[in-house]
Design a protein around this ligand. Structure first.
Ligand code: ATP
Ligand code: MG
Ligand code: MG
Ligand code: MG
Length: 469
């Protein structure tokens, strides 16, 4: 049966409400009282104080659909079928209430009965020595033993530094051979054939930070399922960019650019990148994050500029992000009414930032043209590392754009020289920042944020991985 994203969200929350969970609204993308995390990246992240016992939850069973951003996945966006920087995570949580048995039974009931997914396509994984979870899947649910995979710590033990941690059990959906037959297209592999849909974390231990594990008095359940991925399975489509709400957005991108989806792989990557990034941008602004040169504002600026940049790659040469933003709001206001309420504000912020980016590009182009004239005079076909770096650092001109424009004239960039100049700058900046503090942390912790607006922008893995389900 066909179900839209907005309907699936509701089905999930209704289901867990019927299992006596308190339905709570998505928390803001901006963490509250949590210096360890820049942006909320999982359903459990804003609930941490309830897991650690620091705060008393309003009820011992809670369910949410949490807006999440993972810039650590940015390299995958547009390339895999299942990653966005922005996504919604459905979750049911137990703070010292129910444990493994109920969690597994309910996840199975929801997927196979409520949503009607074919059980023969589902494969659970458990932590290598978690016999208890294995038995529940095998004996109680009736999944054949050879369909239950035991994976090691890397995949199936959730922990982050000291504090509550434990084994987890994930549910994968086999999308069939047409989604890949390579070595990675196996259960638990990185390919897109077996798609991880749901992660059930059994936080039953406490790690004292020195690697000593003790059983927790309060055993918790923390689960997370990507709403878009669930929709991929239910709607039987190729990727998260083909589910109803994202498809509407994708179509809008194509309409504005005057291109067709599935005409060229290179264009498709740009279309998907824009489709994803504009969602992150819209939701970040709606949560009060403003473009800036540091912290969250910096992430916002980079995502917005990356979207604008891919727009240029598609041949769009006018302002377009505002129009897309309206489509995001239209598609998601059902679950997030605040989008509609703050619409004017969101559009204004995005429009101003897009203007700034366009000015940067125009200015950079003028300078680059001068540099090219100079090269022609000297009969040179290589732009020096110093000049490339100057464009990028002083004028904020994206390096991939520099390369592309030069390519048309058969000019290359001295990449080694560029890297050397960048490294020199990095060391200088790092030394300067060692003494400053940012949100209670040594400001250098954000050095992983690549300052380039390029395909090399990898976000800040270490931070986003913190508190992942
Ligand atoms: P993957 O291995 O596919 O990258 P993950 O193991 O990193 O996923 P978890 O940290 O376990 O994901 O998060 C719980 C759930 O959230 C996943 O099972 C998936 O459904 C969803 N999810 C995680 N990352 C993304 C993303 N970048 N885009 C969309 N959904 C995601
Ligand atoms: Mg991941
Ligand atoms: Mg995984
Ligand atoms: Mg996982």
């Amino acid at each position: 049966q066909y179900r839209g994203v907005n309907e699936l969200r509701k089905l999930y929350l209704d289901f867990f409400e019927s299992k006596e969970h308190l339905r709570m609204k998505s928390f803001s993308l901006v963490p509250h009282n949590d210096n360890s995390l820049l942006i909320i990246n999982s359903g459990m992240a804003p609930l941490k104080p309830y897991f650690t016992g620091q705060e008393i939850p309003p009820k011992r069973r809670v369910t949410t659909c949490q807006k999440c951003i993972r810039t650590g996945d940015i390299e995958n966006v547009g390339k895999t079928a299942r990653h966005g920087t922005f996504f919604e995570m459905l979750g049911n949580f137990s703070f010292g209430d129910y444990f493994k048995t109920e969690a597994i039974h309910w996840s199975w009931e929801f997927l196979t009965e409520v949503v009607g997914i074919d059980p023969d396509r589902l494969y659970p994984s458990v932590y290598v020595d978690d016999d208890e979870a294995f038995e529940i899947w095998n004996k109680e649910i009736g999944v054949a033993a050879d369909r239950i995979y035991r994976f090691g710590k890397e995949d199936n033990f959730w922990e982050h530094g000291a504090g509550p941690c434990g084994p987890c059990s994930e549910i994968y959906y086999d999308r069939g051979e047409k989604y890949g037959t390579g070595p990675e297209d196996v259960m638990g592999g990185e390919g897109d054939r077996f798609m991880e849909v749901w992660n059930n974390v059994f936080s039953q231990f406490n790690n004292d930070g020195k690697g000593n594990y003790t059983e927790l008095v309060q055993k918790n359940i923390d689960t997370g399922m990507g709403l878009e991925r669930l929709a991929v399975v239910v709607q039987d489509v190729d990727s998260i960019f083909d589910v109803d709400t994202l498809q509407a957005l994708r179509d809008k991108v194509c309409e504005i650019a005057g291109v067709k989806y599935k005409d060229s792989e290179k264009q498709d990557v740009s279309i998907r990148v824009i489709t994803d990034h504009i969602r992150s941008v819209t939701f970040m602004v709606s949560d009060g994050i403003m473009p800036s040169n540091e912290g969250r504002g910096y992430v916002l600026r980079r995502l917005l500029r990356r979207a604008a940049r891919h727009g240029r790659l598609l041949g769009i040469n006018h302002k377009f992000l505002g129009e897309l933003c309206e489509t995001v709001i239209e598609g998601s206001k059902d679950g997030y009414p605040e989008l509609e309420e703050k619409k004017t504000f969101i559009l204004k912020v995005i429009s101003e930032e897009e203007d700034k980016f366009n000015k940067t590009i125009d200015q950079g182009l003028t300078i680059l043209n001068d540099m090219m004239d100079e090269l022609a005079k000297n009969n040179s076909k290589v732009l020096s590392g110093a000049d490339t770096f100057k464009l990028y650092d002083t004028y904020g001109f994206p390096i991939d754009l520099t390369k592309e424009i030069l390519e048309e004239k058969d000019i290359t960039v001295d990449e080694e020289g560029f890297k050397a100049a960048m490294e020199e700058q990095r060391v200088k900046a790092r030394n300067a920042r060692k003494t400053t503090n940012y949100m209670g942390a040594d400001a250098t912790v954000y050095d992983d944020i690549d300052p380039a607006i390029s395909s090399e922008f990898v976000g800040y893995d270490k931070l986003t991985n913190e508190g992942e389900v």
